[in-house]
Design a protein around this ligand. Structure first.
Ligand code: PLP
Length: 388
């Protein structure tokens, strides 16, 4: 099996798994209990927050664990809205993940106003539109760090500075970027940041929200006093131990991993664009995650291509994992100006530091062969051939 869907989820690192296992077997104490048996659980939370805060350049007390990236996103948007007093306006982008878009849509039902700013054809958020959308009652700007379908990285520091200048809180959905890109929440003026363990070789079922000391945000999960009274629910200690270790490991090797993946990415992009006519890379070549590639192939149906790749044991996707069963075309590819027809011919390949050059080469070969075969039955493509 060749796995090229690392934006959907990643393989857990064996060191991460080892870190988690004792908390599933011997060290199962509830971190809220008073007896000393629970101290190992309390220590696991402390260590994990230290590891995460070190890489973000903040304090451990600003990290709050959640059940996933979606919960962290929901909390940031809905929690900020609940705390916003009489301010009613949010600015976000048209290419956000559904965890953000649907939180905003929900708030619209309760009378909040949301501006969804456009991106250019390369998938870069239009900064001018953000500036022009700011109102006296804007309380939050939420722009993702890197897009899950395209891999494009947004100018986060620039947006953070704009938000700070206008006294607006700035949230970034860093689910695809945390563990893959350097992030300094102070330098980038980020008030809220969401991340998810399973996107950087950590476990599923654990994420976190960074909340700066100066950011007012209400609770989202209500109940007990866990997480300093800000997020109820018995802590998922194995997950917490795992996400902290995964964060530390990925940032220890960030430069080596990124350099390697960049090399593979460049190799695959070059081969695909050069060897397959009528193929296009979606999203800017520059400023993109090292693991993410999104291609459109004319005269081909992306789903048929994925099925053919699956028959060769290659895992790829047509875009966001959360929308694989959806019949509506990708809102991200629509936002960069692709027609529905082009969107239907698009696939996403996301590699990891484990992907070998041999695998990358095999995948390029199989994509070329599959497209050649699929185009045989395209009347449009055959017409073009006849005219040549
Ligand atoms: N935000 C982005 C950009 C994502 O890519 C994802 C998942 O793919 C999420 C949020 C949701 O994260 P989770 O699957 O941990 O809920």
């Amino acid at each position: 099996m060749i796995y090229m869907d690392n934006a959907a989820t990643t393989k857990i690192d064996p060191i991460v798994l080892n870190e988690m296992l004792p908390y599933m077997t011997e060290l199962y104490g509830n971190a809220s209990s008073l007896y000393s048996f629970s101290n190992s659980s309390k220590n696991a939370i402390r260590t994990s927050k230290e590891r995460i805060s070190n890489v973000l350049n903040t304090k451990p007390s600003n990290i709050y664990f959640t059940s996933c990236g979606s919960e962290a996103d929901n909390w940031a948007i809905i929690g900020a809205a609940k705390a916003s007093k009489n301010k009613r306006h949010i600015i976000t982008s048209k290419i956000e993940h559904s965890a953000i878009i649907n939180s905003c849509k929900e708030l619209e039902k309760y009378g909040f106003d949301v501006t969804y700013v456009n991106v250019d054809n390369n998938g870069n958020v239009k900064i001018d539109e953000i500036i022009n959308s700011i109102r006296d009652d804007t309380f939050l700007i939420s722009v993702m760090f890197a897009n899950n379908e395209l891999g494009t990285i947004q100018p986060i520091k620039e947006i953070g500075e704009i938000a700070r200048k206008h006294n607006i809180f700035f949230h970034t959905d860093a689910v695809q970027a945390f563990g893959h890109e350097k992030i300094d929440v102070n330098d980038m003026k980020i008030d809220l940041l969401s991340a998810s363990g399973h996107k950087f070789n950590g476990p599923k079922g654990i994420g976190f929200l960074y909340i700066s000391e100066s950011c007012s945000i209400s609770n989202y999960i209500l109940g007990g006093e866990q997480e300093s009274g800000r997020r109820a629910g018995t802590e998922n200690i194995p997950g917490i131990a795992g996400i902290g270790m995964a964060a530390m490991l990925s940032y220890n090797k960030l430069e080596i991993y990124n350099k390697y993946q960049k090399m593979l990415q460049e190799y695959m992009i070059n081969r695909i664009l050069n060897e397959i006519p009528y193929s296009y890379l979606n999203g800017a070549y520059e400023n993109r995650l090292a693991n993410n590639m999104n291609f459109t192939f004319d005269f081909v149906n992306g789903e048929s291509l994925l099925i053919m790749l699956d028959m060769k044991n290659i895992c790829a996707s047509t875009g966001s994992a959360c929308h694989q069963s959806s019949k509506t075309p990708s809102h991200v590819l629509q936002a960069i100006g692709l027609t529905d027809k082009k969107i239907r011919g698009s696939i996403r390949l996301t590699i990891s530091h484990d992907t070998t050059k041999k695998e990358a080469s095999y995948v390029c070969d199989k994509i070329r062969e599959a497209i050649f075969e699929l185009r045989q039955s395209s009347p449009e493509y055959n017409d073009i051939l006849k005219k040549m």
